[in-house]
Design a protein around this ligand. Structure first.
Ligand code: ZN
Length: 325
């Protein structure tokens, strides 16, 4: 193995890119993965029952226009039988909004307009400050389930190779109160971080999160790291996020992706250390639920079993955000 720290992560290597673009791809893909031909419409329906999506985007969104608002997304998720959702925004807390959407969902259920409930949650991004009051003041809301570290324009958590004491306090609070962390890459906030390397900038944070025993998920690590690097970052209670980006092609984020990397990551870490989430919803992308369905079908086509999917869609996300199994 080469030096993991200095490996240069690439979404796709040049030789592989040429292979993915060859026009015999459909035949080769189906020959390698015969389950592609066995997929049936709705095959993912029972995987969706009780599934939890810990990273959804919806309107209102401070970053970009989204194809649904949180209420629509929650209604669709409830109809699909999903258990829970956590909405991310890069700049503001989604905790109060989650509580309001939950009220609406419960009203629809009480009125007989929706057959079943979905749990609606939100979180707080560390965007403009590392003042721990933004965390402590959110703790009284049961809809508070996630702290988003290194969002776009986020506040740097690591300085000179060390986790800042304010960030350390927030990690300790997360651990103490059972709030999960999503660990984005420093590159999301390059303006504030300066030219820090993603691996060097994330590792000190990962080490402190693991040492303090907080639950966390890496934010779509396949887009920033090699599989060897991800293996080292997904330690302690830290899961690897297997998000639609970059496992599924997205015209706006990554028009060409390599399904082999998704398979390799799950094989390397084991499904017990991975969490599937949607993380889509821009106007040139499918809706969260449609992307979630595609992701499940892809994982089935790549050869993973329904027990593996149950771990990545239900058991692990429930553990992450502190829901009963
Ligand atoms: Zn996201």
């Amino acid at each position: 193995m080469s030096d993991v720290r200095t490996e240069k992560p690439r979404l796709i290597a040049d030789e592989r890119l040429r292979e993915l673009a060859r026009d015999d791809w459909p035949m080769r893909f189906r020959a390698r993965y015969p389950r592609v031909g066995e997929l049936e419409a709705g095959i993912e329906n029972d995987c969706l029952l009780e599934a939890i999506d810990v990273h959804v985007h919806a309107e209102p969104c401070s970053l970009a226009a989204r194809n649904q608002d949180y209420t629509q997304l929650a209604i669709e998720a409830a109809r699909a039988g999903m258990r829970a959702l956590v909405k991310k925004d890069h700049h503001y807390s989604t905790v109060p909004e989650a509580q309001a959407v939950q009220r609406h969902i419960d009203h629809l259920v009480d009125s007989g307009l929706l057959a079943r409930r979905v749990e609606v949650y939100g979180g707080v991004p560390l965007s403009f400050s590392l003042d721990s009051a933004q965390i402590t003041q959110s703790l009284r809301f049961s809809s508070f389930k996630m702290i988003w570290c290194n969002p776009i324009d986020g506040e740097p958590l690591v300085r000179d190779g060390k986790v800042r004491p304010e960030a350390e306090r927030i990690i300790a609070l997360a651990r103490e109160h059972g709030v999960a962390l999503t660990l984005g890459v420093p590159g999301h906030s390059r303006k504030k971080y300066g030219g820090i390397d993603d691996y060097d900038g994330l590792m000190p944070l990962v080490e402190r999160v693991a040492a303090l025993g907080a639950a966390a998920v890496l934010d779509h690590p396949l887009s920033s790291f090699t599989i060897d690097q991800i293996e080292r970052l997904a330690v302690g209670g830290i899961y690897a996020g297997l998000f639609c980006y970059p496992s599924l092609p997205s015209v706006i984020k990554a028009p060409v992706v390599d399904p082999e990397r998704t398979r390799e990551l799950v094989n390397r870490l084991g499904p017990q250390r991975c969490i599937v989430a949607s993380d889509v919803g821009m106007l040139l992308e499918p809706t969260a639920l449609e992307a979630f369905r595609l992701m499940i079908r892809l994982l089935l086509a790549l050869g993973f079993g329904k027990e593996d999917l149950a771990l990545m869609l239900k058991t692990n996300p429930a553990k992450l955000i502190g829901l009963k199994p």
